[in-house]
Every structure is written in C-alpha cells, then in structure tokens.
Write a protein that binds this ligand. Sequence first.
Ligand SMILES: NC(=O)c1ccc[n+]([C@@H]2O[C@H](COP(=O)([O-])OP(=O)(O)OC[C@H]3O[C@@H](n4cnc5c(N)ncnc54)[C@H](O)[C@@H]3O)[C@@H](O)[C@H]2O)c1
Length: 294
Amino acid sequence: MEIKNVFVVGSGLMGGGIAQVSASAGYKVKMHDVEERFTTKGLEAIKGSLGKFLSKEKITQEQHDTAIANLSTTTDLADASDADLVVEAVFENLDVKKEVFGKLDEICPPHTILATNTSAIPISSIAAATARPDKVVGTHFFSPVPLMRLCEIIRGLQTSEETMAAAEAWAQSVGKDTVRVLKDHAGFIANRLYLPMGVEAAKMLEAGVATPEDIDKAMRKGYNLPMGPLELADMTGIDVLMNACNAIYNDTGDPKFYPPPLMRRMVAAGLLGRKTGKGYYDYSSGKQESYWEL
Ligand SMILES: NC(=O)c1ccc[n+]([C@@H]2O[C@H](COP(=O)([O-])OP(=O)(O)OC[C@H]3O[C@@H](n4cnc5c(N)ncnc54)[C@H](O)[C@@H]3O)[C@@H](O)[C@H]2O)c1
C-alpha cells in the first residue's frame, strides 16, 4: 500500500517529532491538535529543530525548505479524510485515545492505517474503538524523535501482516531502524528492559549499596552502556519513568515495575532530573554534579 499523506494527531513533543521526520522524508503531513496555540507551538518547535540541523549542516537549505513546505497544521480532525496513514500522539490516556480513534474510523477512508505512539496502553484496547482493528498498529518512537533511531512496530491482537509491513516500511522510510513486537505486551521491548533497570538502580541507591556515580559507572564500564540508569533517568524525567512503570505495573501486576519509595518521594519533591535542575544528580551549575550523601 502506498503512503503519501500522513496525518499526525497531537502536536506535542512526540507528534511534532513524528511530523518533522515524515515531512523531511517527503510525505505531505498535516499536524493536528485541539487548539491553534498547540499547533503553532508544535510548528515553532519543528522549525527550531530543522533550523539547528541546517546550521550544523546536517541538512541542506533545500531539504529544510522542502520539509517545511510539506507541513501544514489543522485543528479539524475531519482533515484526516485524505490520509493514508494517521499517527496518533495525544495524551497517554485510554479514554482520550479511544475517542480519537473512534472519530478517525468514521472520518478516514477504509484503506487508512491508524497508528498509535502509545508507550504503555495495549494496542488492542485502542483498536477496539474502531471497526478496523486489522489496520490499527503501534509505532513507538523514542524522544527526541529526529535524533533517536528506533521505532518499535507493535502488533495488536488483530493487526494484519499487511498493516505491520506498511507501518514498518513507512517508519524505515522516515529514517528509523525498526523492530517488530509480536505480542501486545506492556513495555514492548525497550521499556520492558530499561524500566526495571531504573527501578533496581533506585532501590540500590535507597538501600545505600552504592553512590549514583558508582551505580552509573558500573553499567557504563562493565556493560559498555553509553549512560548509566540513574543519569538516564535524570534525562528522561523521573516522573516520566515512574508513570511508565505505574502503567505497566497496573497492566501486568509485575512487581519489577513497581516504583520504589525513593522514586515516589523524589517525584513528590519535584526532584525530576535535568528539567528541574536536580534528580539523582545536581544540574544547577549547568554540569552533572554529585550531591548524594549515603
Ligand atoms: N515523551 C516521550 O518521551 C514519549 C516517548 C514515547 C511515546 N510517548 C507517547 O506519545 C504520546 C504523546 O506524548 P508527548 O510526550 O508528545 O505528549 P505531549 O503532552 O507533549 O503532547 C500531547 C499533545 O496532544 C494534544 N492532545 C490531547 N488530546 C488531544 C485530542 N483529543 N486531539 C488532538 N490532540 C490532543 C495535546 O494538546 C498535546 O499538544 C503519549 O501516548 C506518550 O505516552 C511519549
């Protein structure tokens, strides 16, 4: 199936990134949000990102201009009526996503693939809001979308092979490496492995086993990871990590995803990582510095 027109629902961090890489790859992209101030903010973020790529000579002026020319914005979901592929990146809330998918199912022609960027909601639950569950698929990008290479392609209970293949080919065409997630299990592949490591690192710190520096150093030097679990948590946002853990714990009951008390206290205290200036490390000087006392 040929994909030409891409409609992105949600102009936030992920929707904007997905719209950007799609427009850069030559697709005609409409980016939607509930109010114009959100689409305007999303478009400004895209222009800022493309401007950085241009100034660093990662793209040419022509590539920059073509990407912007391929992009338009709308607050009317009915504009998805000519989409071959819709990618949804609204709030991580099942009711909100189901409402969006129910409406899209009525608006879009029968061939349109409906993809969701959900991190933890079962694809099959979202697909249940439509009469085309065979055409609903997960396309899980990583933040920041223009820089991170992975997109997980998730098969819901009723997703067809044709839909999987089309979503995979599209994700590859926007510059991503893909992996197939064949069972609609919370956490997919990457988060299912990464989140328990973040939980275990917090538990280790809470028990006074080692300092944040040594926990991170152990994983960097011992397993050649580019970042340790605590510095990565600070970059992701400890609140984002905790919400993802809670979602998977609530879905599966698996205790390895249960956020330990230290993580919950840090979120309550606003020690969320880089974005608030302090998490497992102190960033107030602009550098990553130790402050933890055991
Ligand atoms: N942030 C991440 O690192 C990350 C990574 C992978 C997946 N995700 C998933 O991507 C999705 C979006 O996350 P985000 O970080 O971009 O969130 P965000 O809050 O930055 O953006 C969400 C956008 O959706 C819009 N929105 C809300 N309801 C809407 C509706 N009914 N119709 C149209 N637009 C609506 C909001 O106005 C907002 O602009 C979530 O499902 C999230 O779990 C996020």
